[in-house]
Ligand binder design. Structure first.
Ligand code: F6R
Length: 645
């Protein structure tokens, strides 16, 4: 992919698996090159969610290809302060669990800033860390992630170009991002020890990795923005050998993907045409049918105009394509076998409550399959309340036999002494799961559906009791596959909303994709929904479902049934709003944007991407152009762009 003139650093946009393989291969090369030259490799390592795939690949190479780490020296970027190395939150422990325990690196060659030293000893320790890097003759390759503040390491806004290893205060946004892992923002340390910007910049080679929609805005800022002390990653623009490896979701806001026509010649596809015309309509604040040739020429879209000769036919084609996306109840599936996969026991109503209601009214045969128990996201005080209820219930009906009484006592005793982040004892895990199951049933009953339509798959990958999950395994896939075989769905709904805080949606999608690849029945039509964390853009959505005021209210009522997630969700992400508020704003804003494009005015709208046999669905009123539509694989505009390149 040719870099645009707006990009001030080299950016490679590929899927995450490929990023992990490429970076791991580069590490292996460096290890071998340095050894062949009579030295040894010095690696700069990062923690967080991003490098996990690279570490997995390195472990695989060590096991299967005998990649030898016996002389490799490592320096990690940072550690929380204060932090004991054995804490579940410690980066020492993270590195052991995710890499060091599985390769033959020597303990004496590992360096990670210490978070367990006295405050007055920190400066000296930081100087020693710098000296150790110098003694090792500098870092050959530094791996970096990027925080939403643009931090590299923990170099938060304001970090100078000449900063060195030091103690630093963590930004509020960074602490909020980490809140999920720490079971609450208040438990996140306020400080960290981090390599400085100058320390990082001295590495001979740098690979910054970013994945996910939630990194898109900061990647654009870091890549296309002016160097700025408020965004430490912009300093990397000055490094001679720094490369950003970014997946399609994190690259989505780069000009070359968002509005490539402003940079030069574009290979037009139907999807890109729709995208460009919607953009033009929003920029000029004119409805689609009112756009004129002058608007197109003034906004770098002459080449698109030239394909149609004049604005009228182009406007008309896009208008028709947009109109055909709008599908009220009469145009939605009826009498079909449907499985709705809901990663957590509330994504169904949050993301597709309006659709679920209409599908039920259309007499489809629906199963809602809740993939994970969601028990990690239930506050302890909820369990205490239910335990109290059980005790009272048992007392009033005289059924507090010794077993029930002992169980309640165990639960109450455990919760009394539980520390933040401590794994729940089994009965507490079960109670949390049951709380969410009852809420889920109550949610779909709002639409008149039956409890028997809810299935709880309780996928084992989620059942670690911790925020960190296991990889998807055969039993996860088996449970999904068994349901597919049993119900033989013609339509399957899955979450395409992959920016949830712990990556659970992505893993649930993986389980469905893997099960479908083993499924012997006819491939179902796939409907991808979003809602809890983001919404599909109008251009990339294949179907827009209008909701009346009453229908939106019914959807919100169903979301209210998830009481354990109400008022304050344990893992809200960066958004302070409750889920129902996000939904209300997103669904209404989609309708308002559609209205401003000059299409009918609806109260609210849900958006879906639909794939049939890997292909996007054809618009019902076929657009006049013969250009191909969209991409083949994962349904994001960015992949469609990738496929078109
Ligand atoms: C971690 C580090 C941080 C992270 C960044 C992104 O050692 O220094 O800069 O790389 O906060 O974190 P994830 O990858 O979890 O999004």
């Amino acid at each position: 992919m040719a870099a645009s003139n707006k990009e001030r650093v080299e950016v490679i946009v590929v899927e995450y698996d490929e990023i992990a393989r490429t970076v791991a291969r580069r590490i292996a090369e460096i290890i071998k090159e340095r050894r062949a030259a009579g030295g040894h490799a010095v690696l700069g390592l990062a923690t967080g969610s991003t490098p996990i795939g690279i570490y997995r690949e390195l472990i695989r190479m060590h096991r299967e290809e005998a990649l030898d780490f016996s002389d490799v020296v490592t320096f990690n970027l940072d550690e929380y302060y204060p932090m004991t190395p054995d804490s579940i939150h410690s980066y020492h422990r993270y590195m052991r669990e995710n890499l060091f325990n599985h390769i033959n690196v020597r303990p004496e060659n590992i360096h990670i800033p210490r978070g367990d030293i006295a405050r007055e000893a920190v400066d000296l320790e930081c100087d020693r860390y710098e000296a150790a890097i110098r003694r090792a003759r500098g870092i050959d390759l530094q791996i970096l992630g990027i925080g939403k503040t643009g931090h590299i390491g923990f170099n938060e806004p304001g970090s100078g170009m000449d900063s060195r290893t030091r103690r630093i205060s963590l930004d509020t946004m960074t602490r909020r991002d980490a809140a999920g892992d720490f079971f609450g923002e208040d438990n996140v340390p306020t400080e960290a020890i981090t390599m400085g910007v100058a320390t990082i910049m001295e590495a001979r080679e740098i690979a910054l990795i970013a994945t996910g929609e939630h990194k898109a805005a900061i990647i654009r800022r870091a890549v296309e923005g002016e160097p700025d002390p408020d965004v430490a990653a912009t300093y990397l623009q000055k490094h001679e050998n720094a490369v950003f490896y970014v997946d399609f979701a994190a690259a989505a806001d780069l000009t070359r993907l968002r509005t490539p026509w402003v940079l030069g010649e574009v290979k037009w596809t139907r999807e890109k045409e729709i995208d460009a015309v919607i953009w033009l309509s929003e920029v000029t604040q004119k409805s689609v049918l009112k756009l004129d040739a002058h608007d197109y020429r003034e906004h770098h879209l002459s080449s698109l105009l030239a394909r149609y000769g004049s604005a009228g036919p182009l406007n008309g084609a896009v208008f028709n394509a947009l109109i055909s996306k709008i599908r009220g109840r009469s145009k939605l599936p009826a009498g079909k076998r449907v499985i709705v996969f809901s990663p957590h026991p509330d994504d169904d109503v949050i993301s597709m409550g309006g659709m679920l209601n209409k599908l039920h009214q259309n007499k489809n045969d629906i199963i809602v399959a809740y993939q994970t128990s969601g028990n990690i996201a239930v506050f302890d005080h909820e369990v205490r309340r239910y335990a109290d209820f059980l005790r009272r219930f048992g007392h009033d009906f005289d059924i507090n036999d010794s077993t029930a009484g002992a169980l309640i006592a165990e639960v109450e005793q455990f919760l009394k002494t539980k520390k933040a982040g401590e794994i729940d004892v089994f009965p507490v895990q079960v109670m949390k799961r049951a709380i969410r199951e009852a809420e889920a049933v109550s949610g779909i009953e709002t639409f008149g559906m039956k409890a028997s339509q809810a299935r709880f798959l309780n996928l084992p990958f989620y059942q670690t009791g911790k925020v960190k999950k296991d990889p998807i395994g055969p039993e996860d896939v088996r449970r999904v596959l068994a349901l597919l075989e049993e119900h033989q769905p013609e339509l399957v709904f899955v979450a395409g909303d992959l920016s949830d805080p712990h990556g659970t949606h992505r893993m649930c999608l993986e389980a469905v994709q893997e099960a479908l690849s083993q499924y012997s029945g006819a491939p179902p039509e796939m409907w991808y929904y979003r809602g809890a964390w983001q919404e599909w853009e109008i251009a990339e959505a294949d179907v827009l479902v209008p909701l009346s005021e009453d229908e939106l209210r019914a959807k919100i009522q169903a979301i209210f049934k998830h009481q354990s997630q109400k008022d304050r969700a344990p893992f809200p992400g960066q958004d302070d709003r409750e889920f129902w508020q996000r939904v209300e704003e997103r669904n209404r804003s989609t309708a308002q944007r559609v209205d401003r494009l000059g299409l009918p005015e609806y109260f609210a709208m849900e958006a879906y991407v639909v794939r049939r046999g890997g292909e996007p669905v054809e618009a019902e009123i076929a657009p006049t152009s013969s250009l191909s539509v969209g991409g083949k694989d994962w349904p994001s505009r960015n992949n469609a762009v990738k496929a078109a390149r």
